[in-house]
Design a protein around this ligand. Structure first.
Ligand SMILES: CC(C)(COP(=O)(O)OP(=O)(O)OC[C@H]1O[C@@H](n2cnc3c(N)ncnc32)[C@H](O)[C@@H]1OP(=O)(O)O)[C@@H](O)C(=O)NCCC(=O)NCCS
Length: 181
């Protein structure tokens, strides 16, 4: 199985695995914010203990290879900006991501996704990179399009986004595949 780098850089971002030492900054700037969580599958964290649990899970999944989450930091100022995770399943990689609200609309996730998509499609055994987003999450749909992905269709009743409703919601499915596939 293709295993990504622990750390990588783009022009503005430094990415590394999150650790428990990041709990306070992740809690305050990301995990406790209902606007960040709105279209995610988790509820906003109520205290830093929940964020610590989440970060322990991040360390575990790196160890067992079931997912590869990175925390994203500005190279210039070392500020925390968000998280991006990929999962490798056979010949396919899927993505999940979110930024701290104050870093929305700066092109940062587009920059991060470009790097991850490029890495994935450069692996000999990866042919497909894909992601889903709630049909109302226009920012996420746009960021996937900017990463070169095409909308394949709608996965009906695909995911529960508990901050919106307990009923599974329709999601757009986006992908990019290796040229010639
Ligand atoms: C989705 C998210 C990561 C986008 O990241 P971002 O760095 O702000 O996006 P970018 O600045 O790269 O912008 C990409 C495009 O989306 C557009 N966009 C950004 N926010 C938008 C919004 N709220 N509504 C509509 N379009 C938006 C930008 O204008 C840009 O479009 P353009 O190419 O036409 O100029 C960010 O909004 C976020 O973290 N949201 C909360 C968590 C979330 O929903 N994660 C995804 C779950 S599937």
């Amino acid at each position: 199985m293709a295993t990504p780098e622990l750390t990588w850089k783009t022009d503005r971002i430094f990415a590394r695995p999150p650790t428990s030492a990041d709990a306070q900054v992740v809690f305050e700037n990301y995990a406790s914010d209902p606007d960040v969580a709105k279209y995610m599958i988790w509820r906003p964290h109520r205290d830093v203990a929940e964020t610590l649990e989440f970060l322990a899970r991040c360390e575990r999944v790196w160890m067992d290879g079931s997912a590869f989450p990175w925390s994203l930091w500005l190279r210039d100022t070392a500020e925390f900006v968000g998280l991006l995770e990929i999962r490798v399943r056979g010949h396919a990689v899927d993505l999940g991501y979110a930024l701290s609200r104050r870093w929305w609309r700066h092109g940062l996730m587009s920059e991060a996704l470009a790097s991850v998509v490029q890495w994935a499609l450069a692996q000999s055994d990866i042919y497909r990179v894909w992601a889903t987003c709630d049909v109302e999450n226009l920012a996420s749909a746009r960021v996937l399009e900017r990463a070169g992905m095409e909308r394949e269709g709608i996965l009906r009743a695909w995911l529960v986004h508990p901050n919106i409703s307990e009923t599974p919601r329709d999601c757009f499915c986006y992908s990019i595949v290796k040229a010639g596939s």
